[in-house]
Design a protein around this ligand. Structure first.
Ligand code: SAH
Ligand code: SF4
Ligand code: F3S
Length: 458
């Protein structure tokens, strides 16, 4: 895989000169997953390199970027409705540049739709060409011309983009991009392209610099981190990061069950304390027939064997998962299989979604005979079961002292601060003073299915 440094991109200097001496501001709105949040930090970095400063609200900005998601129909509708609302800003101030990035900008039919119906949008930009943002802003400002960057991905990895991080103590580090798995329901391989990994040296240097600057939590990102392949495996990479000096924890997401190696599980055991004791392991369905139709390439038995190994290596590991409810052809029996697997594993948290057909994917062409009522009923049953399990899990934390990383002040609800345990559980707690960005000990005093509550130990 070729790695190229594209930055600084020519448009940056052009825009910088064009807006020099003016108080121009940017606004970035992010939808979708952590991958998009990480990309938005690069969008902010590029905007600042062009000379823009951050705006509090879109009305104050002359550069507005919407970073979109295409994973489900609902995500697309939300993006379109948000972009639609920005039309008034463009009408009030014609020089405003409005751009659409993210996964929706890599769907040909969506780009066509935006081209035809959203004339106030200056550009769309597919995620793998994010580094081209400054040149598109330059084109919009200089020529007033609209740009649509689609189908340019040539598999390269762009290094060196500026990043404006949103937190001083938590950081995302992308280690690979794209996906080769083609799960039959999923749009990601079409919009994010083929898998490509960053070189380990660049990743290690980024992590080292982050830890040195005081970052306490690093989350390694990729659609499928376990298939990281550069000059070393994912298990070797995470071990090398864990071996860096400093008091920090490492998280990673997402893992595909087919690629979870024994070496990774061993690394989690060996570097306990450095590698967070949590694992997001998407199951999707608890029926082998459905898993086959989903092209997930593992069986429920294989999945359970990974869970067993993880629990043996890291006994109090926090397990979370993704489930798709009502995949085409899912029978009541298949669904009961999913419920029974959930009961067996006892996840700390489940992200569950009703199947949403995505244009161009194989599952979108499968016959979907499940009624809306049945879909909602299955979802409700799953949520009710998970609520019980999550409550039981969280109650087991009562009276325990947990080392947590303090994230922010609590704006509402109980407690005056919010943080997360090493396992990733959210804790609302009271403290006498702000210790945001520090690891502190909190005694857990109350638990609900979704949150833990506690008091800081002074
Ligand atoms: N790369 C990650 C998942 C990214 S998408 C992985 O493989 O686990 C996050 C979740 O969205 C998926 O795990 C799946 O549960 C859900 N999802 C993806 N496509 C979907 C669709 N068409 N309908 C409903 N849920 C979907
Ligand atoms: Fe989508 Fe499957 Fe790739 Fe995850 S592994 S991004 S669900 S195709
Ligand atoms: Fe959405 Fe793209 Fe992430 S489709 S979930 S933003 S990879």
């Amino acid at each position: 895989m070729e790695t190229r440094t594209f930055y600084p991109e020519t448009g940056t200097e052009l825009v910088r000169r064009l807006i020099e001496g003016r108080e121009e501001k940017y606004y970035v709105l992010t939808l979708g997953c952590q991958q998009n949040e990480a990309d938005s930090e690069r969008i902010r970095g590029m905007a600042e390199a062009m000379g823009y400063s951050a705006a509090e609200a879109p009305e104050d900005a002359s550069l507005i970027v919407v970073n979109t998601c295409a994973i489900r129909r609902h995500a697309e509708l939300k993006a379109l409705s948000i972009v639609g609302r920005f039309k008034a800003i463009k009408t009030a101030r014609a020089e405003t540049v409005i751009g659409i990035c993210g996964c929706m900008a890599a769907e040909p039919h969506m780009v066509e739709h935006i081209k035809k119906n959203f004339h106030f949008v200056s550009f769309t930009l597919e995620p793998n060409r994010l580094f081209r943002l400054p040149s598109l802003v330059a084109t919009a400002l200089l020529e007033g011309r609209r740009s649509f960057v689609l189908g340019e991905d040539d598999g390269t990895v762009a290094e060196g983009l500026p990043i404006r991080r949103t937190s001083d103590h938590r950081a995302y580090v992308s280690i690979m991009y794209g996906c080769n798995n083609f799960c039959s329901y999923c749009i990601v391989p079409y919009v994010r392209g083929r898998e490509r990994s960053r070189e380990s040296a660049a990743i290690l240097e980024e992590c080292r610099a982050l830890v040195e600057s005081g970052v306490k939590e690093i989350t390694l990102l990729g659609q499928n981190v376990n298939s990281y392949r550069a000059d070393m495996s994912f298990a070797s990479l995470i071990s090398a990061i864990a071996a860096l000096e400093g008091d920090f924890i490492i998280r990673f997401m997402t893992s595909h069950p087919k690629d979870v190696s024994d070496e990774l599980i061993e690394a989690m055991r060996k570097y306990r304390g450095k590698i967070a004791p949590c694992f997001h392991l998407p199951l999707q369905a608890g029926s082998d027939r459905i898993l086959k139709d989903m092209n997930r390439t593992y069986t429920t038995a294989h999945y359970l064997s990974i869970v067993e190994k993880l629990r043996a290596a890291v006994p109090d590991i926090v397990l979370t998962t993704d489930i798709i409810v009502a995949f085409p052809g899912e029978t009541e029996e298949d669904f009961l299989g999913t419920l029974s697997l959930i009961e067996r594993v006892e996840y700390d948290m489940i992200f569950s979604f009703i199947f949403s057909p995505r244009e161009g994917t194989r599952a979108a062409r499968m016959e979907d005979l499940i009624t809306e009522e049945e879909k909602n009923d299955r979802m409700a049953r799953l949520l009710a079961l998970q609520r019980e399990i999550a409550l039981k899990k969280n109650l087991s934390y009562l009276d325990r002292t947990e080392r947590i990383l303090v994230d922010s002040e609590a704006r509402e609800g109980e407690g005056n601060y919010i943080g997360r345990t090493a396992g990733g559980k959210l804790v609302r707690f009271t403290d006498r003073e702000s210790r945001i960005g520090q690891f502190i000990n909190v005694k857990i005093t109350k638990a609900t299915p979704f949150d833990l509550f506690g008091e800081a130990i002074q």
